[in-house]
Ligand binder design. Structure first.
Ligand code: M6R
Length: 606
């Protein structure tokens, strides 16, 4: 989604801004731009497409000055054109970059046009620049003008502005969209996240909702919603060397798939007590008090919650409801029978998930943030943080964050079941030892990488595919289908195997790829029968299974085998070949693996 960067106090900051924008590329974008102020006026460069286009513009005509802002745009209002690319400038007086949506932009624009403002883009964002000019024209200072602008706008946003009359300061503001201020040595920076600033500083201030700040080379002054100067904590973010490094792999996604043993091991460590046993970041009494849970998430994180529902209900006998975050608060859910809401988000910035969590908090539920990005908004606002430690995930398609989420969720399920004394110590110990074996077993599952190439070669020419699974593997079928469609643009649907006969089996025709997930569990016989029905109708069965279940199936055209694990944990191991299959199919098709079309890494609009 849109990325914002800014710098003040660095000589010729154009290159620094471009470098910071590169670090935000993973968020997804379709145009980009930079503006600097050279002491006399603005110098601006904008272009459609990847940053390489902007880079060549800046090479031909370097941007001078020691203050500037930059932006990667993911189009929401207005097409992908240079006119709609940020920064937006009004009356040669104010430039802005913006992430989010100004919901009342139409009314504001028509009011401004009536008093003579001329708009050059179709974006909602441009109203910000004109609102500033309007306010400055009445003689207000930049701080007062900002208060005026914030009073006028509605929606979720983070923005930065630079005014011709104040060429030594940036102004930034946020409401629900992320924004970080970086403090350096005689220079300050802004970024949509700390990743953008990791090469510049580790000292970061996160603004709270409705805060704004004046950022100068020597530091930042933060104001609250009433315009009162307030202190916000400075935090030291973890150093992340190699952040934008593909580590010798062709794509970030390939690297992140291979990082899963580490991601799982580190996430498991966060759920292990000093006695070496599984522990949740809550006291035994708190766990015992949990009567029912609602899980709030989007996309892959939602599928992780669907897997966890089987675990929490099956092991701990606690009722769970899984909600698609974007639907949750608007349907006015009944919340009083839940005691806890778990918001699951890799980025911790998905606006749908954040808003759903806030709704749950306002309804009186205790909130738990299961997040991968420390310091993200969900992490900061949740009552309890249950971290995944997968490390930065740059590829837009979630891989290591998903298996890390599952690792934390199975650990939480066991801890909950133990606290409630509804699991025998033998069963808890067995699952515990299987969880600890995960990093090694996932490492072995990764060895299937090359053998999947031939299958993906054929899959690349398919127009459509089905993913089937039963029990804990049903949500994995949904996740497998999402991975294939978002990466390779092949239409794919996930179904519960047992549901096929109720309708979807009509889709099966000769040669249709059917990617089937099977584990050696008590439903193996039934699940295999469901697949046999698909095979009998011409489906091309691609089986993802474990070493034990494989002997039960003699009708698959292709088989990918992972090591045997307790079937409860099979989604974590079988996620690996599902990810590899989607990855290699996308490579075969030549799509943009790390930044698939139309997608953004963290979706900060509703
Ligand atoms: O950062 P989040 O976990 O909140 O993101 C949720 C979804 O946007 C994300 O999982 C998305 O579906 C990915 N593209 C899946 O690969």
């Amino acid at each position: 989604m849109c990325g914002i960067v800014g710098a003040v106090g660095l000589i010729n900051c154009g290159d620094t801004l471009l470098d910071a924008l590169r670090r935000l590329e993973y968020r997804g974008y379709d145009s980009a731009g930079i503006v600097t102020h050279n002491g006399n006026g603005f110098e601006i460069a904008r272009s459609v497409g990847k940053l390489t286009s902007l880079d060549s513009l800046v090479r031909k005509k370097p941007l001078g000055g020691n203050i500037g802002i930059g932006h990667t745009r993911w189009a929401t209002h207005g097409g992908v054109t240079e006119e709609n690319a940020h920064p937006h400038i009004a009356a040669d007086r104010v430039v802005i970059v913006h992430n989010g949506i100004i919901e009342n932009h139409r009314q504001l624009r028509s009011r401004l046009e009536q008093v003579g403002h001329v708009f050059r883009s179709d974006t909602d964002s441009e109203v910000l620049a004109h609102l500033y000019v309007d306010a400055l024209n009445t003689g207000l200072s930049l701080t007062e003008a900002t208060r005026n602008v914030l009073d006028a706008i509605e929606g979720a946003y983070a923005f930065a502005a630079l005014a011709n009359d104040y060429p030594d300061m940036l102004v930034v503001a946020r409401n629900a969209s992320p924004l970080a201020i970086g403090l350096g040595d005689k220079a300050s920076f802004i970024g949509s996240d700390a990743i953008a600033l990791a090469h510049l500083t580790r000292r970061v201030i996160y603004l709270k909702d409705n805060d704004f700040a004046i950022v100068k080379a020597e530091g930042a002054t933060v104001f609250d919603v009433n315009g009162i100067s307030v202190e916000r904590d400075e935090v030291i973010v973890a150093a992340s060397p190699g952040l934008v490094d593909k580590g010798g792999y062709r794509h970030y996604m390939e690297k992140e798939i291979h990082e899963q043993p580490d991601a799982i091991a580190h996430s498991l460590a966060a759920m292990t007590g000093t006695d070496g046993r599984i522990a949740a970041p809550m006291s035994r009494e708190q766990l015992q008090g949990i009567s029912s849970i609602v899980m709030l998430a989007a996309g892959t994180s939602h599928y992780a919650s669907l897997v966890a529902r089987y675990w929490i209900e099956g092991l701990a006998r606690v009722p769970v409801t899984c909600e698609i975050a974007s639907e949750y608060r608007y349907r006015k859910p009944v919340t009083n029978h839940f005691s806890m809401a778990i918001a699951i988000s890799q980025s911790g910035e998905s606006l749908d998930t954040l808003m759903a969590m806030r709704h749950a908090a306002e309804s009186g539920l205790q909130t738990v943030g299961l997040v991968n990005v420390p310091g993200s908004t969900v992490a900061r606002e949740a009552d309890v943080v249950m971290p995944t430690r997968a490390g930065p995930e740059i590829g837009v398609a979630s891989t290591k964050a998903f298996t890390a989420q599952l690792t934390v969720l199975i650990s939480f399920s066991v801890a909950l079941a133990e606290a409630k004394r509804v699991i025998t110590p033998e069963r808890a110990n067995k699952i515990h030892s299987q969880i600890q074996a995960l990093p090694g077993l996932v490492g072995r599952a990764l060895t299937s990488f090359n053998s999947i190439r031939t299958i993906s070669h054929d899959l690349a020419s398919a127009r459509s595919a089905l993913f089937l699974g039963r029990d804990v593997l049903y949500p994995l079928a949904l996740e497998g289908a999402l991975k294939l469609k978002e990466l390779s643009y092949i239409h794919a649907e996930g179904f519960a195997s047992g549901e096929m006969k109720h309708g979807p089996i009509a889709l099966i025709e000769d040669g249709l790829p059917v990617i089937a997930m099977l584990a050696a569990d008590e439903l193996l016989g039934k699940a295999a029968s469901n697949l046999r029905e698909a095979s009998a109708r011409g489906g091309n069965i691609i089986l993802l299974t474990d070493e034990r279940a494989v002997s039960e199936v003699d009708f698959a055209q292709s088989v990918i085998t992972v090591p045997y694990i307790d079937p409860l944990l099979a989604p974590i191991l079988l996620a690996v070949p599902a990810q590899i299959l989607a990855y290699l199919t996308a490579v075969e098709k030549g799509t943009d693996v790390d930044q698939p079309r139309n997608l953004a890494k963290s979706v900060t609009v509703e």
